[in-house]
Design a protein around this ligand. Sequence first.
Ligand code: ZN
Ligand code: FE
Length: 256
Amino acid sequence: MNKLIIHQFECLSDNYGVLIHDPETNQTASIDAPDAMAIKKELENKKWKLTHILVTHKHLDHIGGLDDLKKDYNPFIIGPKYEEESIELLDKTVLDQEFFDFANRPVKVIHTPGHTLGHIVYWIENDNLLFAGDTIFAMGCGRVFEGSHDQMLASLNKIKNLPENTIVYCGHEYTIANANFALSIEPNNKNLCSRIEQVKELRSENKPTLPTTIRIELDTNPFLRTDSPEIQRSLNLLNSDSKNIFSKLRTKKDSF
Ligand code: ZN
Ligand code: FE
């Protein structure tokens, strides 16, 4: 099977736009619709026609461009059943563990409540790709706006269990802020220290620090590392339950 072409670009203040193009079927999907103007510009540059939009969740910085893109390209818009009341223009709603086809390969929907209750991520196993929206970020995770901390931890555990070489695209460039927090909690993590050097260099050149991989996040993302003794000690929760550790981490990060 031919490879999908992925094009990632920054838009709005710190969102990422992602276009997925399949040269064989000529299908092109946008992950979310943060900014219609920016997405249109990228489509025109690439000479791609938008055929699909895969929506992760209902926040405006992920659906604000749906209207305009629908008018211009009439794409098939897929999004979470759990948020259909908040997202207009959905052509198809999907549930946890459901599959649909894009570019002749199956896309699996994984429900990851926490940031919002209906949040979903899209996994294309064939191509080792995960489009994670605002569930996981480089060295961080989404703010828990609607769900509970336990729900968010369970959602991150679903992501954690995907193959380690999965390439992860995220909704935002929050990497430097996340890195500073991670370092404050786990300063002796060698992988973390060397990653921070890399991402600082990338950002100083205005380059993206994403995508990431599951392996890289397992090594450096504190929210996936509740079993790290150093993290547990930093939180005064040595040998505590992962739910307590996650919850304290998330609370600390909220006011970091
Ligand atoms: Zn969001
Ligand atoms: Fe967002």
